[in-house]
Every structure is written in C-alpha cells, then in structure tokens.
Write a protein that binds this ligand. Sequence first.
Ligand code: FES
Ligand SMILES: [Fe+2]
Length: 441
Amino acid sequence: MKDVSALIQENGAVQDRSIYWNEDIYELEQERIFARAWLFLTHESQIPEPGDFITTRMGEDEVIVARHTDGSLKAFINSCPHRGNQVCYSEMGNTRSFTCAYHGWAFGTDGSLITVPLEHETYYDNIEKSRFGLQQVAQIDSYRGLIFATFDASAPPLKEWLGDMAWYMDSFMAVPGGTELLGPPMKSILDCNWKVPVENFIGDGYHVGWAHAAALDAIQSPLTSMKGNAPGYEPAKSGIQVATHGGHGMGIIWDMAAALHVNPAYHEWLAYRTAQVREQQGEWAAKLYNGHWDASIFPNCSFLYGTNTFKHWQPAGPRSIEVFTWTLVETEMPEELKQYLAVMNMMTFGTAGMLETDDGENMEGCTNTNRGWMTRQGKLYSGMGQINEGPHSELPGIVSDGIVCETSYRGFYRAWADMMSGKSWEEMSRDATRRSIKEVA
Ligand code: FES
Ligand SMILES: [Fe+2]
C-alpha cells in the first residue's frame, strides 16, 4: 500500500493516480470515508408516509431507509442478522415489515426483529429478539428535506458537517415550501472511479465550453457563448468557485439559473421567487438563487441548481459507480413546471442525456487509462487559480474570482486526504487548511 499521506500533495492540487484505480486505497476509503462521513440517502419527499421505504447504499453497504410508524426516519443495513441474506429486494415501496426470504425472520420499519418462525418450537422461547434487529446507522438526520446518515456515532451533527455549504444551499432551499426531488431516480452504471464525477460537478467550469461544445451548440442557450472557449468569453467575470470547510464546494455562474430553459413559465417563476428571496434572505441570496450551480456535497453527492439535476454517485468497486439521478424542484412550483423540468433533466443529465453522455465518456477515460501500471505511477494536476482565491469579505469559504478554476477540486481533495489519514473529528475541525489556504500561508 502506498504511503497515504503522500497521495495528495501541494494543498490538494496534486493527486496520485493510484487513488482512481487501486483496490487497497478503495478499501481504505470504505473504512475511513464511507464508514465515517455523513452520506446522502434520499429526500423526505421520497418517503412521506409511515411504511414508505427506499433501498440505497452507504459506500458498499446496502441500506433500507424507512419512515417508521411514528413518522421518524430510520436507516439500517439490508442484511439479516440470522445468516446474512438480504431482507428487502425492492427499490422502493410501502410495507409493514421486511421479511427475510431464507428462514422468514420479519423486521419492523424501525429494523427491530418482530417475528421468528417456530420461535416456540425451536428456540423454546429463549431467543432475545432485541439483540437481533437489523444493524442501525449511528446517526440519521435531514437538512431541509435531504436525508443523510453516518455509521460513526462520534461524527459531528449533520448541520455542522454541512457547515457553510448549508449557508449557500439555503438560498434556494430555504424558500417557502422548500424543495423536493422527483423520483423514482433514473439509474445507470458508469465505469469510472466515484471521485471523478464528484470533482467534475464540484467545480469543473473548465470543461463546459470544450467537452460540451456540440451540445451547447444544439441547445442554443446563453451558455452557448462558452462553446469552444470562444474569444470574448471571460470566465473570471462570470461567476465564482467556492471550497467550503469539509470538502464541499461549487461553481456558480451569475444570472444563469434559467440558461437552459426556454419555457417562459420557468423565467416567470424565477423572477417571482428572486424578489421573495431578496426580501427574506438578502441580496447575496438573491444573487445565488439566480445563478447556475454545479456543486458537490462531500463525499459523493452532487447537484446542478438551474439544470435541476441531483446525483448520487454510489461506488461499486474502484472503477465503477451506480448513478442515481433525480429532478430537483421547488415544492411550490406549478405541477406543469415540475414536469417540464423533469423532462429537461432527462434530456440533459438523464441516463442518455446530451450532456451526461459527454461527461460519462470523459469520466470513464480519466479512470481507465490508469489501468497501465506505468501510467498510474504518475500524478494529476488541479492547480488552476491558486493565486486568485482566498477568503471573501462577505461569502464563507475559499472563494475564487472566476468560474473556471480548480479551487473546489482542491478543497475536496484536502478533505479526502484528511479523512484518509485517519484524523480525528477534532483534528479535522481545527485544521485551517479545511477553511482557507490563506490562513495557512
Ligand atoms: S437468513 Fe434471514 S431468516 Fe435466516
Ligand atoms: Fe459536464
């Protein structure tokens, strides 16, 4: 195993290529990142009623997320404590219990063991059922409808984990009625390492004009001006990139929330809501609300606000992921507008979406070249914009002066390195490199 402390260098700007390929590093990620971090599960809108459930994964652990009879949220591992079989094969539904197909143990929507077949005749009523519930996550919580859980009882509270990222997201989530995800999610497989799409969404403004040139041409939207990195396009003036404490981050292009939408209903909604956000949350929130965002929540959840796509990149080995894609909408939007946005999401970032396929091919390429032993002895570089970033007078996090840079890449990899080195929560929370590189300099 390579020296973990040497995998990320130059303050997050240099990555060892083995982190996208090696089995042992992937296994360590499962232990040190996915078994500790708060991980996205689903949205409350997907399981509104008692008995509603979905199945998903936390790292490679299969979990059931359920709304219990008392209305509380529960999440537990989808594996029977008797002999280990899966207790639920459905992706979603409503149930009173989960019954194992092997010997018939049945569990409640809180994961507790309710029924054991032949309990009296075979166990002579001498089985302590409270010992054999489905294994619970250590903490589960939701932030404005987004449900997360962690296997680490000592992890900081969710609000603290999200930190400044929550402050930014409030601009479009703390609106009257809040937001919801339209599901069930589209699902697809990509043959890439899970970190590649996360870094793409967290702040790759660089690829948009190039990798998506043909799609931008076809779409004919205000973003088409980025096509082919044409002269006259000034990325430094068009927006910001932000790395927030804990490895979350985003790129925001000002005034582009409606860039991909020709439907006047969306423009009307945006104008109506912007005025409200300005009044309720202030000028910066209104500016953020009107921007187009690419963003990632550490470690493996991303979204595009403005294009209304919400992604969960679930690792399935070091070189494969399962992608879940929902449509992100505001709850109070008219039903027809929600449906329009769902169709647009499908056309752009759905499984066969125009922009998704551009990205997918690049993501697979970035992973699979590392098959070569010699190739993966090398490093990758994300050093763009290091001299044009720092604390901002009004916005939290490390803020760059343009949309095309790699500020949030570096924030993500600093957090990745911190967790992979096995630092305690206390060490990580006082580590200034997670806040601002200017403070360290
Ligand atoms: S493995 Fe589930 S009841 Fe035996
Ligand atoms: Fe892209």
